[in-house]
Every structure is written in structure tokens, then in C-alpha cells.
Write a protein that binds this ligand. Structure first.
Ligand SMILES: C[S@@+](CC[C@H](N)C(=O)[O-])C[C@H]1O[C@@H](n2cnc3c(N)ncnc32)[C@H](O)[C@@H]1O
Ligand code: SF4
Length: 372
């Protein structure tokens, strides 16, 4: 089983927090569509497995015309063994949603939508420079749920404008739709963003980690009370609605990333495409190399496995650690586990090590402690 990720590097507006690769000019869009279909043709030897998941991420895939999405999907279906039951996700922004678009997406075989809501609070959306308002956020969910059973909402918490009461209101608004899946991220302030610039010039305060921890705890409680499974630290799903694509990243499965800045993994090496639209297009057209490769050492493989699996509800498979790495690594693993187990941040069941509720507040630090 393998997955394909397609990066659509265009957005209407730059959100003040966003450090992903995108351009607000659509000048290169026609050349980009050709380049993506060419890259799909050229990477057919990347894996041999059937493709079980396809994920249009960005940037903003929902701003593509149907004809262009169709071209990309046709070239993927032509060049790879796409399973008839494949999960095909499209990331969408609320201001792009219309009944016509939704129907066309379904016709193309897209069967899952990930909707970037971020917040239902008007002042916060303006502060973040989002391209939609709170009313559009609500209406977009209503339209999506009329046509898609399988969809997800993205929310951001821990911004200085988001009080405890507003965060609870955001969660309750999302729950009122009975959304089958929610992804919730703590706001991070990245250097090369408007917020990063404001922070450097002391126009905003750094994020308050106590406030973020408190909001994360509220989130976990609310989601548990509403019978969602926190199957990954930032991801909550009703039973059967876990994202297959993201789960395959967390299970270390192979994936091919197409488009500028897209990452790929073939089980041994990581690859990443150049994060520049013009260089990506010219590289694909002239058949020059646009991607870098890093062969993972056994140490790096261990660190990655810990980082990724610790964030999931299944946790770290102790037997796998014992059988894959050397005795010294296994002893180190046991030592770090005991340390965090004593203070009830880690627990173990059926030879799987996982974060307790308390541990989830320190996930990154605990993972780093395991690193070789
Ligand atoms: C890069 S966006 C792409 C999807 C779509 N364009 C959108 O705006 O929702 C994917 C998600 O990453 C999250 N994200 C991006 N930058 C973030 C940041 N600095 N802090 C927290 N979450 C962030 C947002 O929740 C966003 O929905
Ligand atoms: S959050 Fe989404 S819409 Fe905003 S700049 Fe990033 S990719 Fe574009």
C-alpha cells in the first residue's frame, strides 16, 4: 500500500502564520499543471504497490479549476495502479466552496475534504489574514456535509486573541456539525512569516505555552466526551473516519510527493523537491534534477520511528524496536521509557508504549529524550 501527495503551491492571500510553500500569483499555474503531470509520468518507478491514498495539499488545492484537477488525476490514474477504493482527499478553503464545485469534485472521484476553518471567530480570522469570514466558514461546512460523509475541519488554537471561552465556542461549533474528523494545531510563530516579523519587532507577544497547554487539555476533554478517538496527537476522528493518507505516513509506509516542496519516502530514503515554482517547472521541463535525497542512517530511522509513532494512539511497538535495532538501542529505549513511566507520562499495553494524557502535553520533549 502506498500514497501520493500532490502539492498545489498557490493561495489567494498569504495567511500571517503560514510557512508552507505557496505563491499568491497564479501566473505560472498553466505551466505548473503540465509539470505535475510530467512528474507523475516520470516517477512511475518510485514504487510498485497499489496506490490506496491520494492527497491534494497546499497551498490551496480548492482554487484549481476542475479541468486542471481532472488532468492531474488522469495522469496519476494512467501511470499508477490506483485502487478502486482509494481515499482521495482535497484540502479546501471555505471561500472556494460552492455547490457546483463540490459536485464536480465528487464526479472526479474525490471522496474526502479537509476544510481549513482555523477559527469561527471573526476578529481572529481578520488578524490571521484569512481569505474567508466566520459566516463563510459555517456555510462551507454546511455545504460540504450535504455532499460528503467523510470530511475534516482544521482549527488553530493558542493565539493571543483566542480566550478560553472563544476556544470552547470554536470546538462546540465544530462539534455541532458532528464533523467526522478534526485536526487541531497549536499556533506556531514561524520566522519567515508576517507574525514572525511582528514578533521580531515586538508588535506581538510570543505564544503563551501555558495557555496553549490549557487549550489543548480542553480540546482533549471535549473530544473524549464526544466519543472521538485521538488517534494522533493533533487528529481526532469518529470511528472509521481516521485519515488513511496521514495514517500511512505515521505507519512508515511509502509515499510519493509531486510538486514543488513535496516530500517522498521509499522506505529507505527521504526526498524533497525544490520549494520554488519557477525552478520546479523549468527543472521538470528540462529534465534536470529538482529533488534532493537523504539516505536515513539506522539512528535517524530510530529517531523518526519514535517521533512519529509516539504521537499516535497505537504508540511505539516495543517488539519492533527490539527486533529492528541493536541491543544497546533497545536498552536505551527501556531506560528512557522507565524514566517517563515513573512520572506517569508514558504507559505500556500489549508491548506498545504510548503517551498518557499528561504525557501528551510534553510529546515533543519526550520524543527528543528518546533520540539517539
Ligand atoms: C498549510 S495549510 C493548507 C490548507 C489550506 N490552505 C488552509 O489554509 O487550510 C494546512 C494546515 O496547517 C495548519 N497550519 C499552518 N501553519 C500553521 C502554524 N504556523 N501554526 C499552526 N497551524 C498551522 C493550519 O491549520 C492549516 O489548515
Ligand atoms: S494556511 Fe493555507 S491558505 Fe493560508 S497561506 Fe497557508 S496554505 Fe495558503
Amino acid at each position: 500500500m502506498a500514497g501520493i501527495y500532490i502539492h498545489i503551491p498557490f493561495c489567494k492571500k498569504a495567511c500571517h502564520y503560514c510557512n508552507f510553500h505557496f505563491s499568491t500569483s497564479k501566473k505560472l499555474l498553466p505551466q505548473f499543471i503540465n509539470a505535475i503531470t510530467k512528474e507523475a509520468e516520470e516517477r512511475t518507478l518510485f514504487f510498485n504497490e497499489p496506490v490506496e491514498t491520494i492527497y491534494f495539499g497546499g497551498g490551496t488545492p480548492s482554487l484549481l479549476e476542475i479541468i486542471d484537477l481532472n488532468k492531474i488525476l488522469l495522469s496519476i490514474r494512467k501511470n499508477y495502479k490506483v485502487s478502486s477504493t482509494a481515499e482521495i482527499t482535497l484540502e479546501a478553503n471555505p471561500d472556494d466552496i460552492s455547490k457546483e464545485k463540490i459536485i464536480n469534485w465528487k464526479t472526479l472521484g474525490i471522496n474526502r475534504i479537509s476544510l481549513g476553518i482555523q477559527s469561527f471567530v471573526e476578529e481572529e480570522l481578520v488578524w490571521m489574514n484569512r481569505s474567508h469570514n466566520a459566516q463563510q466558514a459555517i456555510e462551507s461546512v454546511q455545504l460540504i456535509q450535504d455532499h460528503f460523509e467523510n470530511y475534516s475541519l482544521d482549527l488553530i488554537f493558542g493565539s493571543p486573541l483566542l480566550t478560553r471561552a472563544l476556544w470552547v465556542k470554536n470546538i462546540h461549533q465544530a462539534l455541532s456539525f458532528q464533523a467526522p474528523h478534526l485536526s487541531c494545531y497549536a499556533l506556531t510563530i514561524e520566522e519567515k512569516t508576517v507574525f514572525g516579523n511582528w514578533l521580531a519587532h515586538k508588535k506581538i507577544e510570543p505564544v503563551n505555552s501555558d495557555l496553549q497547554a490549557e487549550q489543548f487539555e480542553i480540546l482533549m476533554e471535549e473530544m473524549e466526551a464526544n466519543h472521538y478517538l485521538q488517534y494522533e496527537i493533533s487528529n481526532f476522528a469518529k470511528q472509521g473516519f481516521e485519515s488513511k493518507h496521514n495514517s500511512s505516513y505515521w505507519q512508515g509506509k511509502k509515499y510519493l510527493g509531486l510538486g514543488p516542496s513535496a516530500h517522498s519516502y521509499n522506505g529507505k530514503s527521504r526526498f524533497w523537491n525544490v520549494a520554488n515554482n519557477a525552478l520546479y517547472i523549468s527543472g521538470i521541463e528540462s529534465k534536470t534534477n529538482i529533488r534532493e535525497e537523504e539516505l536515513l542512517t539506522t539512528q535517524q530511522q530510530f529517531n523518526e520511528y519514535i517521533l512519529i509513532s509516539l504521537r499516535t494512539s497505537k504508540g511505539i511497538n516495543e517488539n519492533l524496536v527490539r527486533n529492528t535495532w541493536d541491543e544497546k538501542t533497545y536498552q536505551h529505549f527501556q531506560y528512557i521509557f522507565d524514566k517517563w513511566h515513573k512520572i506517569k507520562h508514558l504507559d505500556k499495553k500489549n508491548e506498545h508504549v504510548f503517551l498518557t494524557k499528561q504525557g501528551k502535553l510534553f510529546a515533543d520533549g519526550i520524543a527528543a529524550d528518546f533520540f539517539l
